[in-house]
Design a binder for this molecule. Structure first.
Ligand SMILES: [Zn+2]
Length: 290
């Protein structure tokens, strides 16, 4: 039985608090022995308060990257050594109930399988260290790429877990929402054409956006729709990389096993081999090349 320690910021009604706790509680019961013994649940009335509080925590603890995105409805981290979920009521209320509840379950999944600090520090995977050597211009974006690959793996693992627990319909809606490219994604893809480093980041960022889709590609009920969502998402990618990235989503994610750190090494290896080698295919910027 998971102890949920609630901390409120701003005006949070009893009903709002109870509806979030109810979703978490039910999810942890379904997880059984996987559920954490305790989780801190921070409920923020406003997005401003949530962003400010998380930024303060990052600065105080020296957290380098990740974890704060001004569009997140909810986030999970374990920067202080225990699992902590932060929820923004203002953003939640702007979403359909299914999405809001799916987001809370997604964070519950992280708290169960990524609930300790080692999942939030970022040693560069071996393949990206090698990439820094082979493609020196990549080194300026390797840390951010590593963060995005790390997040992709964790999001995939959480979705795989939640689907296995029977949360298929809500997680499919959630996965699609994050995979769907926005106008900003198309603009970013257009701008990234000017720089190979920006293209590398665009690809890692795209993998993070679609990382919740793979479990649905193999689901009898969702496979056709998930393939269509992946196709829609891939339209925001530059052409030579499009088939390579969709191949990774269809074929490499499903091969990932139960060890998060091994999974990160594997995905980073594929990213170097298939994506970075394609971006720097002519060797421009390569150590030793003119
Ligand atoms: Zn996540």
């Amino acid at each position: 039985m998971t102890h949920i320690h609630v901390v409120e910021s701003g005006s949070v009604s009893d009903g709002e608090r109870e509806s979030i706790v109810r979703v978490l509680d039910e999810c942890y019961r379904r997880m059984g022995s996987l559920s954490p013994s305790m989780v801190e649940l921070n409920i923020y009335e406003s997005s401003f308060a949530m962003d400010a509080s998380l930024s303060r925590e990052k600065a105080a603890l020296g957290v380098e990257t990740g974890g704060v995105d001004s569009t997140f409805l909810a986030i999970h981290e374990a920067w202080r050594g225990y699992p902590r979920i932060s929820v923004c009521l203002e953003r939640m209320m702007a979403q359909p109930r299914t999405i809001a509840e799916a987001a809370v379950r997604h964070e519950a999944g992280h708290s169960a399988i990524h609930g300790s600090p080692e999942f939030y520090v970022l040693p560069l995977p071996t393949a990206l260290l090698e990439a820094n050597e082979v493609f020196p211009r990549f080194s300026g974006v390797s840390r951010m790429s590593s963060y995005l690959i790390f997040t992709s793996v964790k999001d995939y693992e959480v979705t795989r877990l939640l689907c296995a627990l029977g949360y298929v319909k809500d997680q499919a809606v959630f996965a699609r929402r994050f995979a769907k490219p926005s106008g900003e994604d198309f603009l970013a893809a257009h701008l990234a054409r000017r720089s190979r480093e920006a293209t590398a980041l665009l690809c890692a960022s795209w993998l993070k956006n679609v990382a919740c889709l793979p479990p649905f590609l193999g689901d009898p009920e969702y496979s056709v729709r998930a393939a269509r969502w992946l196709g829609e998402a891939s339209r925001a990618l530059p052409m030579p990389l499009r088939p390579k990235l969709t191949h990774i989503v269809k074929n490499d994610f499903p091969l990932l096993g139960g060890d998060t750190f091994q999974n990160i090494q594997s995905l980073a290896q594929v990213f170097k081999q298939e994506i970075l080698s394609e971006i720097w295919v002519d060797g421009e910027g390569k150590r030793g090349a003119r």
